[in-house]
Design a binder for this molecule. Structure first.
Ligand code: F6R
Length: 366
């Protein structure tokens, strides 16, 4: 079942190019210039009436929702809030019939997410579920379902489900943009073309896994570290940090890079590892200056950026590049080295990679 891999997690990391292709599948049509989501039954009028979006999920799915917020706001220009499901219900969110609630759940059985879905429906919102399990509770109760075609995910640490959720958000964001006319047709075409390059770009990252393994073995000797990034990179480092915590048991914190100097910089000392994402071109220079702040205090830095920019490599101890893509799509690439980093760090520490202590694959109690 592990198809020759040592662990399900590693197999699932390598399943990602296929998962991307399957999730995009027949949803891109025409001359590769249109997103078609037949599973969305909303009328054009209903879509035009949406005045806010709430994305609700737990854990890794929540992190996909943070990217989803950025994607929908950018492409469809509708205000979006992303919440963890265990908080959402208890903070009296403002839900009207013009609210679109998107719940994200790999298993479709997470108790808090399901309860949030029910509450949203009770208050009259339209609910879309992004889930990996056809026929799951969440898929049965939502008004519309966008299935991620990642295939069964066995390892407790989610990898291909997360990235397939990102693909679902890209498709849905483009779908809304077409309906609402918020993005020029040429631009939509450009994003679709870049989306379709992702699977092969993931393959090329996976070919460089050894490079990440070397860094992972070094950081596996530490008990504390930091992840930093700005914009979408911040959303991705939150996921990278969670992944590392759950399977390597190394404590880490993910910080918005510009926020370091408001307190956290006090914890940066000689030799502490810092994983820095700098894939967002519009804030690249600012991120590099944040990286320089930790370098100056002796941190051991792994920097990740898009290829073709040599500037970051000059500043950091270790550098890793992802293939060039649109900034908005970079999470679908930049998370891959972070998944590999967690996997190899967990392995180096002799942990049970697929079944970390205290955790269950599906959390069906509140
Ligand atoms: C982390 C992880 C969890 C799940 C969370 C939600 O790797 O897997 O954080 O993402 O428990 O699960 P689903 O998506 O099944 O609702």
């Amino acid at each position: 079942e592990k198809a020759g891999f040592d662990h399900f997690m590693l197999k699932e990391i390598y399943d990602q190019p296929t998962a991307y292709r399957d999730t995009m599948g027949s949803r891109i049509s025409g001359e590769n210039d249109q997103v078609v989501l037949n599973e969305i039954k909303m009328t054009d009028e209903e879509i035009k009436s949406i005045d806010r979006v709430h994305i609700v999920a737990c854990g890794t799915a929540y992190h996909a929702g943070l990217v989803g917020k950025n994607v929908i706001e950018k492409l469809a220009r509708i205000p979006v809030e992303t919440d963890v499901a265990s908080e959402y219900r208890y903070r009296s969110p403002i839900i009207t019939k013009n609210t679109l609630v998107i719940v994200v759940s790999q298993s479709g059985e997470t108790a808090d997410t399901l309860a949030a879905l029910r509450e949203a429906k009770r208050q009259g919102a339209r609910v879309i579920a992004i889930t990996n399990v056809v026929g799951s509770s969440v898929s049965r109760e939502a008004d519309d379902v966008i299935t991620t075609w990642a295939g069964p995910e066995i390892a407790v640490a989610s990898t291909k489900a997360y990235t397939s959720q990102l693909i679902a958000f890209y498709l849905f964001g483009l779908y809304l943009a077409q309906k609402l006319d918020t993005v020029e047709a040429d631009e939509v075409k450009k994003v679709i073309a870049a989306l379709q390059e992702l699977p092969q770009q993931v393959e090329s990252i996976l070919e460089q896994a050894e490079q990440i393994k070397t860094v992972a073995e070094k950081i596996s000797l530490h008990n504390n570290l930091f992840f930093i990034g700005r914009g979408l990179d911040f959303s991705v480092v939150l996921e990278g940090s969670l992944k590392l915590k759950e399977i390597s048991y190394i404590h880490s914190e993910a910080y918005a890079a510009g926020e370091l100097k408001h307190g956290t910089l006090a914890l940066i000392e000689e030799g502490i590892p810092v994983i820095a994402l700098a894939t967002q071109e519009d804030v690249f220079e600012k991120t590099v200056s944040n990286i320089e702040e930790v370098v100056a205090r002796g941190a051991y830095v792994l920097g990740v950026n898009q290829e073709g920019n040599e500037e970051l490599a000059k500043v950091v101890n270790e550098s890793f590049t992802i293939p060039r893509t649109l900034d908005v799509l970079s999470p679908a690439l930049s998370v891959i080295p972070l998944q590999l980093l967690s996997y190899f760090a967990s392995l180096a520490r002799g942990n049970d990679v697929d079944k970390p202590r205290n955790l269950a694959k599906s959390v069906t109690v509140e």
